[in-house]
Write a protein that binds this ligand. Structure first.
Ligand code: SF4
Length: 433
């Protein structure tokens, strides 16, 4: 394992936020029944083949988001401190992520209408493994609307053929689309697929095509009666993922496992952990430099910036924060979180600038909890975990075992091989998003 050079992320978006990400609750129809599914049962069964969001609502979303995007670029990008600002990162564009059902089953005219009403150069759609005919629908939409199109393929190893998903990813590329599998870490997956078997049967097949693979944590939701049957403990997830990470790196797979491969780069690079890598390739905690002091004001401002650029709009036009920790989670009322406001009453700028509003209360909770939690209080990674909203997830899913939401045993495995990580950096550079 070599760490002779640093990681050069110039021109790559790996571990870098440069996008105002707007997720919308556009469609929940789906014919499948994956373990740990989070789509709303009502919409899943009663709104098939037509989008949940239509006409006037889409127009209002489009108008509010364009106005907000303009404000973000003129305000956040020119602040003195924070994640975005004169001396920090810059918000370059805005994107829409269309969630949660199988958008591939929508008629092509509906897809074009849905995508076309929301103006952007980047559109991401959740889909079940698509057929060639379904891929053609997205290619048609792209030829009319322009911009980049990404398909997040919800991959259920109990029902889906990995060969078919690999073929679909390659077919998408031939059609000018980008696609990648996304897996939910359910109790059933971890129980029935030991990590080595999962690597052999479900991951290695993607090992030569430069595919992103996203892993997401299952969270209990109201539409599923807060059922915890499929919720794995953080210890189960961390230990399973660590074995998987070790195998992916050992096999030299051309795979981009996110988010933890991404976090491995961020900690090596921005947190200078590269200086503490030992002969065996592992970061040696004893060699880590003194952590930066936890400056509440500055961490709060950085976290605010990240929350302000990851938003979710539901079918009632309520606006929520959308957080990326282990997977992308909407922090909406379905998961027990309050809205920042409603687009019919307020602009997003109002929600972002309201003193003492829902956003401020979330930020207060994040900082307070990190400072008082028995694991986090003495930990050097508090600022990192603040931006991933870790304390908010603890309300419903505790990490009170051996490991925590930092998933460090997994990150340490990915950090062992710099060429693997640089390959990920390059993959994101080529993707341009
Ligand atoms: S969740 Fe874990 S890594 Fe993050 S601050 Fe808390 S103890 Fe540290």
């Amino acid at each position: 394992m070599k760490h002779s050079s640093i990681i050069d992320r110039t021109g790559s978006t790996l571990g870098v936020m440069d996008d105002l990400q707007i997720a919308v609750h556009s469609y929940d129809g789906c014919a499948r029944g994956c373990p740990g599914c989070i789509v709303d049962k009502h919409f899943k069964n009663h709104a098939r083949f037509e989008p949940i969001l239509k006409g006037d609502d889409l127009q209002l979303i489009n108008r509010r988001v364009l106005e907000y995007s303009d404000w973000v670029q003129k305000t956040l990008n020119y602040k003195e401190g924070g994640y975005f600002g004169r001396n920090g990162y810059q918000v370059q564009h805005h994107s829409y992520t269309f969630r949660f059902g199988n958008h591939a089953e929508l008629p092509v005219d509906e897809l074009i209408a849905l995508g076309g009403m929301l103006h952007t150069d980047y559109r991401v759609f959740s889909v079940a493994p698509p057929t060639n005919e379904e891929i053609e629908k997205f290619a048609t939409m792209k030829s009319i609307l322009g911009g980049s199109v990404f398909l997040e393929i919800i991959y259920d190893p109990f029902a889906d053929s990995p060969e078919a998903i690999r073929d679909a990813v390659l077919a998408m590329r031939e059609n000018g689309l980008n696609g990648y599998p996304e897996l939910l870490l359910t109790k059933r997956l971890i129980r029935d697929y030991p990590a080595e078997r999962f690597l052999d049967e479900c991951v290695s097949i993607f090992g030569d095509i430069g595919a992103q693979i996203q892993f997401g944590r299952y969270s209990p939701s109201r539409t599923r009666n807060f059922n915890k049957t499929q919720m794995a403990t953080v210890d189960e997830e961390a230990e399973w993922l660590a074995v998987l990470a070790k195998g992916i790196v050992a096999r030299g797979h051309d795979i981009h496992p996110i988010p933890l491969g991404e976090y491995a780069v961020t900690l090596l690079d921005e947190y200078r952990e590269i200086e503490a890598v030992g002969e065996d390739g592992y970061v040696d905690p004893a060699r880590l430099r003194e952590p930066d002091p936890f400056l509440v004001k500055s961490v709060r401002e950085k976290t605010r910036d990240i929350f302000l650029t990851s938003l979710y709009i539901d079918h009632n036009l309520d606006v929520f924060v959308w957080s990326e920790s282990m997977g992308q989670h909407v922090l909406d009322s379905n998961f027990g979180y309050p809205p920042l406001g409603n687009l019919r009453q307020n602009s997003i700028i109002d929600m972002a600038t309201e003193n003492g509003g829902a956003l401020d209360r979330m930020l207060n909770e994040v900082i307070r909890e990190l400072l008082t939690n028995r694991k986090c209080a003495p930990c050097r990674y508090k600022s990192f975990c603040a931006s991933h909203a870790v304390p908010l997830f603890r309300r419903f899913h505790k990490d009170d075992g051996e490991h925590c939401y930092g998933y460090l045993p997994v990150i340490r495995e990915y950090q062992r091989d710099l060429s693997f990580l640089n390959n990920m950096v390059e993959g994101f550079r080529e993707l341009g998003f």
